[in-house]
Design a protein around this ligand. Structure first.
Ligand code: SAM
Length: 227
């Protein structure tokens, strides 16, 4: 990992908690990188200049940053609250342990802010969402873009949750068991997130002008510009 505080951690803090352990086994790094690469291109990354300044917020173990690097982007940074997950990233992006509700960047300094599966971890809605979006608005250049990809209660997601709760499915599928375990450990914030779709869209639109919004395979995909 480059530029993080995680390298100097005590060994005890490197042990993942149960949610992190399930997240790490949900997909292999290559599966995750392939997913992120396809997704970023579908959301327009193929059109962005390769030298734009991109920050992946809630970046976890950094596979979104690896995908961006493989797409040719050269000015990359990552932010996550977990030093244990950030410590798994071994690339050129500068990564920081920080809370996305208070971003460690100057005003109007970033071109693209990407969030993939982080907002639904915020403990208090809508206050934390307001705060995170205000911070993103503050650091985004006037010509900048935000990208959000977050879980959304579509029929597909309801079906996936039904299936991954079946005991024999969990025994047979590493992925389904990991998903069920993650859901158990984030149930409060996850349920809070899935239960307020209109409020979330309203808060997003209050901060960013949507240029693309879609709902597919249990995800909300939002691309917006600064207001
Ligand atoms: C589902 S993971 C997503 C990680 C990565 N974006 C991905 O898709 O693999 C959510 C991440 O959000 C981080 N996180 C939760 N609350 C945070 C906060 N307030 N600020 C920064 N990171 C946070 C967690 O540490 C975790 O790595």
């Amino acid at each position: 990992m480059s530029g993080t505080q995680a390298n100097s951690e005590a060994p005890a803090t490197r042990t993942p908690n149960p949610w992190e352990a399930a997240y790490l086994r949900f997909e292999t790094p290559e599966e995750e990188i392939r997913k992120f690469t396809g997704r970023l291109n579908r959301l327009g990354a193929h059109q962005w200049p390769r030298d734009v300044e991109i920050v992946e917020l809630f970046c976890g173990r950094g596979n979104g940053l690896v995908a961006l690097e493989r797409l040719g982007f050269t000015r990359l940074e990552g932010v996550d609250l977990s030093p244990r997950l950030l410590a798994q990233y071994k690339g050129p992006a500068k990564c920081m342990v920080a809370d996305c509700r208070k971003l460690p960047f100057l005003d109007r300094t970033k071109d693209v802010l990407v969030v993939q599966g982080g907002l639904h971890h915020l403990p208090n809605l809508p206050a934390d969402l307001e705060q995170t979006f205000s911070e993103m608005q503050r650091v985004l250049r006037k010509t900048g873009l935000v990208i959000f990809v977050e879980p959304w209660r579509t029929p597909f997601l309801t079906f996936v949750h039904f299936v991954c709760e079946i005991p024999w499915v969990r025994r047979l599928s590493r992925k389904m068991d990991a998903l069920a375990t993650m859901t158990e450990h984030e149930i409060r914030t996850y349920t809070q997130w899935l239960g307020q779709p209109e409020l979330i869209r309203k808060v997003a639109r209050a901060h960013f002008l949507p240029v693309h919004e879609s709902f597919s395979r249990g995800k909300w995909n939002f691309v917006g510009t600064a207001r």
